[in-house]
Design a protein around this ligand. Structure first.
Ligand code: SF4
Ligand code: SF4
Ligand code: SF4
Ligand code: FES
Length: 826
């Protein structure tokens, strides 16, 4: 610790603090413009100048100067104020004065400073800029006439997002922030630069002219998209969410968001939302009241119970409280056929983790990854599945020098990070590579085997997975595999990251086991600062695992239910918050199941393709219209808060489950989410001791920051075989979308509005394919047409198509395998 005096006040702070940070801790105000907590010190604007007794004679920037023992600082003298005023005058020399129409009015740092320093006239005169505004893209507007050259946009895009869109160009008066070749912005559209810009130079277009900040009611909640669980602040005006505002005081995301969280909210205000229950009459879905709809559901489920039974397919964007009620409802309805993993993804993974580690969740928290020296990312470039977690990894690599290993079938943003090594395997063969890494650990005596069960049998199972054998199967060099294993073993703090979700279904049990084996053998699971991270696709995927939304006692999982229904062996299906027809593997099977089941109920916020096939459609509400909790991929419980009323007669899943349970004879009644949460903590040991009201701005991580595995048992994991054929198709998440809901949101749709098939440049030139050409993809007994997108991240022969767009029919080709052999033609 360091002792110093600021404005006569004794202050004690950490050694690495700057004067500005020390002043902040002591509650002393120093104005800043180019400073941001999460960015590296920069010192460009000079607004924060202070005087230090030991450095008499000049003023120094407080935001970049580290504290030293005995320092005596003065933050405000007439001279300092005069200098700050002059700095502002300089900034305003060329700056346009257009506050009345600038959307930043009321939350602009320059405006606030001008006011603070009483600057009503300017002694200096200069030419005003007249630069054109960049309005090329639909999400971010750039008006460089308002720019104060603080560099925050360029710094955040490089330091945190790792995209590097901007840099300073020109010199002197002509200096400005621009993209490469001064073109329009075309990037990830995460909007970090928007949230960092202290003035109105970079603005979010969807929010433009919607509301002045003081008109908005702010409601802190959690992003409804992925398992990262970023905190968002809904800006509510009337009954609409008009903005999503970043908030760096709550949650784990440090105010960082991705395009989905920042610009993907508009679906909640959509005019297409379901507002009334629908019942099929004479072949048509017609609006009815809730009583008639619930009567029909109770009647239909009742019949199903006496016939061939009922299956429940749930989405993982319901709150924990809703999932708890759903589980109880399933019991009341007498069915154990309950699942939230469309293609067995969570079911398999959960089973694998239970057998090896005895815990079915990440063993550590996200911030710890920033301090890791080696990070292994499996199958996903996290920038696409969990973008804000990707930013944490970026900082671990760039700021702390972590080594990054990626085992995946395609290159990604991670590949480009310094120190990154991508082990590019033939599609679907990640398990083989992980097995070979485990083999190296054991062979070279690098593995932790004390207290580990099953290592002898495991070692024998790896005979077929030497790096040489696996190199031939997967295309990853044997040396690279050995090197990766050694790096992981040598790390003091290591993180193994595994992303999971509907499109990652093939071999999920094996993949879970193979990742857990490595976590055990390297001592990563349960070690302080290290961990195995299981990152679910949806906002409450982890909650669904914790609450047991999985088949009970030998009952059917999602695929089992669909298969049974398609064969006429299951009478009814209850689909809640999911659109299997669009997003589950094997669309033909889903179609057959929906057709053959004698009674189908869909509960959703839109009339999805699945809902169109239902007998009863129940209108539910979005994350912005409900209260409760989500559990993110690091086991963090966070509060979801209602910002707007539900449209029309739509009701929360909570209310619908309660109504149904009451009608089906359940005597239990709750007063709301808090009461259900109390029940959850009583019945789920991991959640014991947590109260609803104690979940504060940073959430509560169940099991603590580091979760000790309940057991350590290494198990054989069966690897795959490379698919045969000229091309192999893999599906998955695309950065701009999440599940199928984002395809109803204007922001993501403005960037990626239709399905596509991505192929390698060399394949494109061999087939004489140009960007946007319509291609025919044939495989697994199906044929679909998709527009070509040509890129550099895919190896020759590998194709990628995102799974989000129902109409494209990717799931006609993709039936749950790790990869599909296909033919491709123009
Ligand atoms: S939106 Fe994101 S990726 Fe694009 S320039 Fe801004 S910070 Fe960079
Ligand atoms: S555009 Fe905004 S964030 Fe970027 S340098 Fe200018 S004022 Fe700073
Ligand atoms: S989609 Fe995921 S990473 Fe993006 S803002 Fe939402 S929770 Fe964060
Ligand atoms: S805030 Fe310190 S120099 Fe800009």
């Amino acid at each position: 610790m360091v002792n110093l005096t600021i404005d006569g006040k004794q202050v004690k702070v950490g050694k690495t603090a700057t004067i500005y940070e020390a002043a902040q801790e002591a509650g002393i105000h120093i104005p800043v413009l180019c400073y941001a907590k999460k960015l590296l010190p920069y010192g460009a604007c000079r607004v924060c100048l202070v005087e230090v007794e030991q450095m008499k004679g000049r003023l120094i920037p407080s935001c970049t100067t580290p504290v030293t023992e005995g320092m005596v600082v003065t933050t405000s003298t007439p001279e300092i104020v005069k200098v700050r005023k002059t700095v502002l005058e300089f900034l305003l020399v060329n700056h346009v004065i257009e506050c009345p129409v600038c959307d930043k009015g009321g939350e602009c740092d320059l405006q606030d400073l001008t006011y603070e320093f009483g600057l009503s006239t300017n002694r200096f005169e200069g030419e005003k800029f007249a630069l054109p505004t960049d309005e090329i893209n639909p999400l971010i507007e750039r008006n460089m006439n308002r720019c104060v050259l603080c560099g925050k946009c360029a710094r955040v895009c490089d330091e945190i997002v790792a995209y590097g869109s901007y840099s300073f160009i020109n010199r002197g008066f002509e200096s400005k922030i621009a993209t490469a070749f001064d073109r329009g912005l075309n990037c990830e559209f995460c909007g970090q630069c928007v949230s960092m810009c202290p003035v109105g130079a970079i603005l979010p277009r969807p929010f433009k002219f919607k509301a002045r900040p003081w008109q908005l009611k702010e409601v802190d909640s959690v992003c409804g998209y992925c398992g990262n669980g970023c905190t968002v602040t809904l800006g509510v005006l009337g009954d609409k969410v008009e903005t999503i505002r970043f908030n760096d005081k709550t949650g784990v995301n440090d105010g960082n968001l991705c395009i989905r969280g920042r610009f993907g909210y508009s679906y909640v205000n959509s005019g297409d939302r379901l507002t009334k229950p629908l019942l099929r009459k004479d072949g048509q879905l017609v609006e009815v009241d809730w009583k008639e709809a619930i009567d029909a559901v109770v009647d239909g489920f009742g019949k199903a119970r006496t016939e061939k039974g009922l299956g429940i397919l749930s989405g993982a964007r319901l709150t924990n409280e809703e999932l708890f009620l759903l589980k109880n409802l399933a019991q009341t309805l007498g069915t154990g056929n309950l699942d939230h993993s469309g293609g067995e993804c969570y079911k398999g993974l959960t089973e694998g983790l239970k057998e090896t580690l005895g815990v079915t969740a990440s063993t550590a928290t996200f911030p710890q990854v920033e301090e890791c020296d080696v990070i292994l990312a499996i199958r996903s470039d996290f920038y696409e599945t969990h973008p804000v977690f990707g930013m944490v990894v970026n900082q671990a690599v760039k700021r702390h020098g972590a080594k990054l290993l990626v085992v995946s079938d395609k290159k990604g943003k991670f590949t480009k990070l310094p120190n990154a090594q991508t082990l590019l395997n033939a599609p679907g063969l990640e398990v083989n590579v992980l097995n070979a890494m485990a083999q190296t650990l054991l062979e070279e005596n690098l593995a932790v085997i004390d207290g580990v069960d099953g290592s002898a049998e495991f070692k024998i199972s790896l005979t077929d997975y030497t790096p040489e054998i696996v190199a031939k199967q997967t295309g990853v060099a044997a040396d690279a595999i050995r090197e990766a294993a050694r790096k992981l073993a040598a790390a003091k703090k290591s993180a193994i990251l595994l992303a999971y979700g509907l499109p990652y279904t093939g071999a999920s049990r094996e993949l879970g086991i193979a990742a857990a084996n490595l976590a055990i053998l390297t001592g990563s699971a349960g070690r302080q600062g290290s961990g195995l991270y299981i990152c679910g696709e949806k906002a409450n995927s982890q909650g669904a695992v914790d609450l047991g939304i999985l088949p009970a006692g030998g009952a059917l999982g999602a695929q089992g239910m669909l298969k049974a229904a398609a064969a006429g062996d299951l009478s009814a299906l209850y689909v809640v918050g999911e659109d299997p027809l669009s997003s589950y593997p094997d669309r033909d099977q889903v179609e057959a199941a929906l057709e053959k089941a004698s009674f189908v109920v869909v509960q959703d916020i839109f009339l999805t393709p699945t809902a169109e096939k239902a007998d009863v459609v129940l209108p539910a509400v979005s994350f912005a219209e409900k209260d409760g909790t989500f559990t993110n991929a690091e086991r963090r419980l966070q509060r979801v808060r209602r910002g707007i009323p539900s449209p029309g007669d739509a009701k929360s899943d909570f209310a619908i489950f309660e109504m149904l349970a009451a009608r089906c004879g359940s005597p239990v009644k709750y007063t709301g989410p808090a009461a259900v949460f109390t029940e959850i903590t009583a019945s789920i040991p991991e959640y014991a001791g947590i109260s609803f009201d104690s979940i504060g701005p940073k959430g509560i991580v169940w099991g603590g920051e580091t979760l000790a595995p309940a057991r350590k048992k290494v198990l054989p994991a069966a690897g795959g075989k490379a698919s045969e054929g000229p091309f192999t198709l893999v599906t998955g998440s695309a950065l701009y979308h999440s599940g199928t809901v984002s395809t109803r949101a204007k922001g993501p749709m403005a960037v990626v509005s239709e399905p596509y098939i991505e192929l390698a440049r060399e394949d494109a030139s061999a087939l004489k394919v140009n960007e946007g050409d319509l291609l025919t993809v044939k495989g697994n007994g199906a044929e679909i047409k998709l527009k070509a997108r040509i890129g550099t991240r895919l190896p020759k022969g590998v194709l990628f198509a995102p799974y989000h767009f129902g109409g494209a029919g990717i799931n006609r080709l993709y039936k749950g395998q790790t990869a599909v052999a296909v033919q491709l033609s123009k």
